[in-house]
Design a protein around this ligand. Structure first.
Ligand code: DAH
Length: 338
C-alpha cells in the first residue's frame, strides 16, 4: 500500500469512528486511538519522515490534510455531543411525566393491622374460597336447610349448587377437619380476613360485597374471659387506644352458645367511639359445630367471633357511605393513601 493510500485509509476509518462515537466517553477513546501520543496519526507522521525526499512535497500536504480533517471532525463531533448532553440534562422547564402513585385500599390497611394484632397473639392466618358449599357455609355451622337463620343471609347461588359465602364463618367449619388429628397438642388459634357476599339491596350502609374477620380459638378450658380479653386487645390495637371498653349483650347466632353482640366504646375518644358502638358478634362455639368438624365437645371448647371490616373502617375514618369502598371514584379512596 502506498503511503498516500495509508493516509486515505486512516482518514476514512478515523472519520467513521468519530461519527459512530455515541457519547463523549466513546469520542475520547477515538481521540486517543487517532490523535494520542501513540495514535495512528503519529504513525503516519513517522512513516512520512521515512519517505523519499522527492515525495515529501505532495505527501506533506496530504498528511496535513489528513490531520486537519480528523481534528475538525473530532471538534465538530465533540461540540455536537456536548450540546446534546446540555439540552438533555439542563432543560428543567420540561414538564415531568406525571407519576401516578397507587395506594393501599383502606379496607386492606385495616385488614393488615388486624392480621398483625392476631399474629402477635399467636393466631395463624387461614383462608378459604369465596365460592363455598352449602355444607360449610350453613349446614356444619348448625344452620340446617329449613332453619330461619338462612333467611338472614340470602346469597348468590351458582347453577351447580355452590354459593358465594355469606360470612367468613365458613372457614371455621372447613378448617376443623384438618385440625382433628393434632388437637390437644397446642391451642388452635385461627383468624381469617376476607370478602363475603350477600344478596342485598345496596345503600349507604349495605353492600352486596364486603369484608369480614372471623377468629376462633379451641382448646381445653376456654371461657368467655378468653374471648373478652382477645377482643379487647384486638380493638385497642386497631383503634390505637388504651381506654377501650367492651360490653356483651346476649344474642343469637346458630353456631355459638351462648352468643353475644359486642359493643365497644373509648370514653376519651373524639367522635363515634365516645359512645357505645355495636361492632361484632361472638360466642362460645356451639358443641354441634365442633362435633360436625370432628372435634369432641366434651373435651374441647372454644370461642368464635365475626366482625365487618367496613363498619370498623367507616367509624375510624368518619366515612359515611359504604359504597366508597367498592366504587370506581378513586378520589375518595386516595385520601387514605398509604
Ligand atoms: N357469621 C356472622 C355473620 O356474618 C358473624 C358472627 C357472629 C361470627 C357470631 C361468629 C360469631 O363467629 O360467633 O353475621
Amino acid at each position: 500500500m502506498s503511503l498516500q493510500d495509508e493516509f486515505d485509509a486512516v482518514r476514512n476509518e478515523g472519520l467513521a469512528a468519530i461519527a459512530e462515537a455515541a457519547d463523549l466517553d466513546a469520542l475520547e477513546h477515538v481521540r486517543i486511538a487517532y490523535m494520542g501520543r501513540n495514535g495512528r496519526l503519529k504513525d503516519l507522521g513517522q512513516a512520512f519522515k521515512e519517505a523519499a525526499s522527492e515525495e515529501k512535497r505532495t505527501l506533506g500536504k496530504a498528511l496535513n490534510e489528513t490531520n486537519n480533517t480528523i481534528k475538525d471532525a473530532f471538534n465538530a463531533r465533540k461540540e455536537e455531543l456536548s450540546t446534546q448532553v446540555d439540552t438533555e440534562s439542563i432543560d428543567i422547564t420540561e414538564p415531568r411525566v406525571p407519576v401516578r402513585r397507587g395506594s393501599i385500599h383502606p379496607i386492606s390497611q385495616v385488614a393488615q393491622e388486624v392480621e398483625a394484632v392476631f399474629t402477635s397473639m399467636g393466631f395463624d392466618i387461614v383462608d378459604g374460597p369465596h365460592i363455598e358449599s352449602e355444607e360449610f357455609n350453613f349446614t356444619r355451622l348448625n344452620i340446617p336447610a329449613d332453619h330461619p337463620a338462612r333467611d338472614a343471609q340470602d346469597t348468590f347461588w351458582l347453577s351447580n349448587g355452590s354459593l358465594l359465602r355469606t360470612h367468613t364463618s365458613s372457614v371455621q367449619s372447613r378448617t376443623y377437619p384438618s385440625l382433628a388429628d393434632t388437637i390437644g397438642e397446642a391451642p388452635i388459634r385461627k383468624v381469617v380476613v376476607g370478602k363475603v357476599f350477600r344478596y342485598e339491596e345496596v345503600d349507604s350502609t349495605h353492600d352486596n360485597t364486603f369484608s369480614q374477620v372471623e377468629g376462633f380459638m379451641v382448646d381445653k378450658n376456654i371461657t368467655v374471659a378468653h374471648l373478652v380479653g382477645t377482643l379487647k386487645t384486638m380493638i385497642s390495637a386497631v383503634l390505637k387506644r388504651d381506654d377501650v371498653e367492651v360490653r356483651l349483650r346476649p344474642s343469637f347466632f346458630p353456631f355459638v352458645e351462648p352468643g353475644f353482640e359486642v359493643d365497644v366504646r373509648a370514653p376519651g375518644a373524639e367522635g363515634r367511639f365516645k359512645n357505645w358502638v355495636e361492632l361484632l358478634g361472638c360466642g362460645m362455639i356451639h358443641p354441634e359445630v365442633l362435633r360436625k368438624g370432628g372435634i369432641d365437645p366434651d373435651i374441647y371448647q372454644g370461642f368464635a367471633f365475626g366482625l365487618g371490616l367496613e363498619r370498623l373502617t367507616m367509624i375510624r375514618h368518619n366515612i359515611n357511605d359504604i359504597r366508597l369502598f367498592n366504587g370506581a371514584d378513586l378520589r375518595g379512596l386516595q385520601q387514605f393513601g398509604a
